[in-house]
Design a protein around this ligand. Structure first.
Ligand SMILES: [Zn+2]
Ligand SMILES: [Zn+2]
Length: 270
């Protein structure tokens, strides 16, 4: 099992990533939610370029993957779940849910702490909202997030299977809930009782800071409801709202160089 997961991890993740990307891109063409204000080609070039840089940075800076770390912690017997005598399926389910909660808390922290907000601004400086916004994160934010994830895996003693499933789920859900496609109101309301839908996360990209400090979740919608950070709709409506950050409403922020330098510019609230 462990050999299979570690041996196939990269190809499984790449396959799911490409499959999800193509599926959501198809929905964005068939049932678009909003008309994009900037060129899709330049945005995709910048946003996907950042993904390549992030993957290389993680490979260079972290000698092992999160999954390999989970195997290692399991062998050493480290972490809460490695000393608990729970059924395996329950440990996997609890680990996925708790990792999602940690990602929610981390996102709240990236908005609340000024130096972390500078790193996170790049995600919000996108003038449009589509599946590539979901993978647009500054390399330093990605490195800090990986450090937090590594600590969480060791402290929890999360099984490697849970870590693989969580990483695939988070990656796919980030593209799903940034998707610029329309889900009819009834199914959307049903879906968002459990998961974060595109219309729910859209509120988080509002230029109004009071609104962007809502809907922090990436997978489960429970955390926002539980901690009072849930907002159903933007004040100006989904078509009328402005996406982006005050001070960064410029097409130049779709360019790769500007994105990398974003944390070092004087920004909204930083
Ligand atoms: Zn955010
Ligand atoms: Zn987002």
């Amino acid at each position: 099992m462990s050999d299979f997961i570690t041996g196939q991890e990269a190809s499984i993740r790449l396959g799911v990533f490409v499959g999800t990307l193509l599926l959501i891109a198809l929905f964005e063409i068939l049932v678009p939610r909003r008309v994009l204000t900037t060129s899709k080609v330049s945005r995709w070039f910048g946003n996907l370029g950042i993904v390549v840089i992030n993957s290389v940075a993680l490979r260079l800076l972290f000698p092992i993957s999160a999954v390999q770390l989970a195997f290692w912690a399991g062998e050493k017997g480290w972490g809460l779940f490695n000393i608990m005598d729970f059924p395996y399926w329950l440990l996997v389910a609890l680990s996925i849910i708790l990792l999602d909660f940690i990602i929610y808390l981390q996102h709240v922290m990236f908005h609340a702490v000024p130096s972390l907000w500078r790193l996170h601004m790049m995600h919000h400086a996108d003038l449009d909202y589509d599946l590539t916004t979901g993978i647009r994160f500054h390399p330093i934010e990605i490195i800090v997030s990986m450090g937090i994830k590594f600590s969480a895996i060791v402290l929890l003693g999360a099984p490697a299977l849970a870590v693989v499933m969580f990483e695939i789920l988070l990656n796919g859900m980030a593209m799903f809930n940034h998707g610029n496609f329309r889900i009819p109101t009834r199914p959307d309301n049903l879906l968002r009782r459990i998961v974060v839908t595109p219309d729910m996360h859209l509120v988080h990209h509002s230029i109004v800071r009071q609104e962007s400090n809502h809907n922090f979740g990436f997978n489960l919608s429970w955390w926002d409801r539980l901690f009072g950070t849930y907002q159903a709709e933007p004040e100006a409506g989904r078509e009328g709202m402005i996406i982006g950050l005050t001070g960064f409403l410029d097409v130049r922020y779709a360019r790769f160089g500007k994105m990398i330098l974003n944390p070092f510019e004087k920004g909204d609230g930083a």
